[in-house]
Design a binder for this molecule. Structure first.
Ligand SMILES: Nc1nc2c(ncn2[C@@H]2O[C@H](COP(=O)(O)OP(=O)(O)OP(=O)(O)O)[C@@H](O)[C@H]2O)c(=O)[nH]1
Length: 422
């Protein structure tokens, strides 16, 4: 038997070493950071808003880019989507940014189907990811995950209330994507009106049961800042790529006859709040929510629709293999049933056709017999007529012969007369 004797060193025996680096599993976060930097990041934003509401300018202001292309027309008959992917770099961090913008949103007279292309696009990205997941040989390292991580919904700065199209679209997509509502071109609305407008929007969203993205308050490091940010929603934003001189500094802003609106001044608008929340604090959470909540819902719905389930009829857990086998058997049985049914229907039709043919054949036979009878009667009648005619001919010749024997020959006398005249 081995006996362990616990050695307890006296305090003055202890030797302290100063560590000059990270050791053990405390290095794990560094591994993650290094790998993430190597792989790069990707982020997909969907901008939904009316034509010319400031979508491109805001994206340019957020990422300090100049991605804006030509202005969209107001005369599209349907809502479309413009998808652009950019490779951005900030120090050694690479970001693959995909911006999907609505085109012609809110321009049609009939706005009923305006949200459909948006819904279809979001679902199509989920479907593509699901298909990749279900592949036997998956390649997630090269796969470009195009699922939408956040929807920036641009609300018109009317100062009144949300339009029915806003409510309808947000209600339809709120279970598919993280929505952050924004009041666009917030410099066109006064400060007091803006507060009332914000309250009105939030109460309308709540009244209509629309779920918008809530900045997470369960993470200790971000809880404080996030919970206060939820109170500022919807963010009132202003976008601008212009550099304006304020005092001795050049700032991003919009120059007006009465002064300068500074985009990055928190007293002027919520742009900085949006940028911090979106890029600095919650980008990873938005991606996680997309995967865990929205994609999971889609995946669950699709697999249930395909007939897969986690528990059997007796509420016992059921494996994928069992479900597959059961489905296969069910399919096989259904095929057999359908085959039987088809055979039965085929035989029924064959019998029906056969009966119809027999009936037609009988009718034809009867008709033939009838015609044959008529023909025979006609032949008999003709035979009778021929016989009578022959008898008449015989009678005629008999009469002719007897008449010739009774009369003297006329032609010899006529010859004698002729000779005499000569
Ligand atoms: N006042 C004001 N004007 C803005 C703001 N943001 C953009 N604009 C102006 O609005 C116009 C349209 O802006 P865009 O960013 O092209 O709008 P958009 O929604 O991307 O337009 P489309 O892509 O054509 O639908 C431009 O003249 C911008 O300068 C803003 O915050 N305030």
């Amino acid at each position: 038997m081995i006996r362990y004797v616990l050695y307890q060193p006296r305090e003055d025996d202890l030797r302290c070493l100063t560590l000059f680096g990270h050791f053990g599993f405390e290095c794990l976060p560094h591994q993650l950071v290094n790998r993430s930097i190597q792989q790069g990041f990707s982020f997909n934003i969907l901008c939904v808003g009316e034509t010319g509401i400031g979508k491109s300018t805001l994206i340019d202001t957020l990422f300090n880019t100049n991605l804006k292309d030509k202005k969209s027309s107001h005369f599209y008959s349907n809502v479309g989507l413009k998808i652009q992917t950019y490779e951005l770099q900030e120090s050694n961090v690479q970001l693959k940014l995909t911006v999907v913008k609505t085109v012609g949103y809110g321009d049609q007279i009939n706005k009923e189907a305006s949200y459909q292309p948006i819904v279809d696009y979001i679902d199509a990205q989920f479907e593509a990811y699901l298909q990749e997941e279900l592949k036997i040989r998956r390649s997630f390292l090269e796969y470009h995950d195009s699922r939408i991580h956040v929807c920036l919904y641009f609300i018109s700065p009317t100062g009144h209330s949300l339009k029915s199209l806003d409510l309808l679209t947000m209600k339809t997509i709120d279970s598919k994507v993280n929505i952050i509502p924004l009041i666009a071109k917030a410099d066109t609305i006064s400060k007091s009106d803006l507060q009332i407008f914000k309250c009105k929007i939030m109460s309308e969203l709540a009244h209509n049961g629309i779920q918008i993205y809530q900045f997470p308050a369960d993470d200790e490091t971000t809880a404080h800042v996030n919970s206060s940010m939820n109170e500022h929603l919807p963010f009132a934003v202003v976008g601008s790529m212009e550099e304006v001189k304020v005092g001795k500094r050049m700032v991003r802003g919009r120059q007006y006859p009465w002064g300068v609106l500074q985009v990055e001044n928190e007293n002027h608008c919520d742009f900085v709040k949006l940028r911090d929340m979106l890029l600095c604090t919650n980008m990873e959470d938005l991606k996680e929510q997309t995967h865990r909540q929205h994609y999971e819902r889609y995946r669950c719905y699709k697999l249930l629709k395909m007939g897969f389930t986690d528990v059997g009829p007796d509420n016992q857990p059921i494996s994928f293999q069992e479900t597959y086998e059961a489905k296969k058997q069910e399919f096989y049985d259904r095929c057999l049933r359908e085959e039987e049914e088809l055979k039965h229907r085929f035989m029924q039709r064959v019998n029906e056709k056969e009966a119809a043919f027999k009936e037609a054949e009988k009718e034809l036979q009867d008709k033939f017999e009838h015609l044959k009878r008529v023909q025979q009667e006609k032949i008999m009648k003709l035979e009778e007529e021929r016989r009578q005619l022959e008898e008449e001919i015989i009678e005629f010749y008999k009469m002719k012969a007897s008449s010739e024997t009774l009369q003297p020959p006329v032609c010899t006398n006529l010859r004698k007369d002729k000779d005499r005249r000569k």
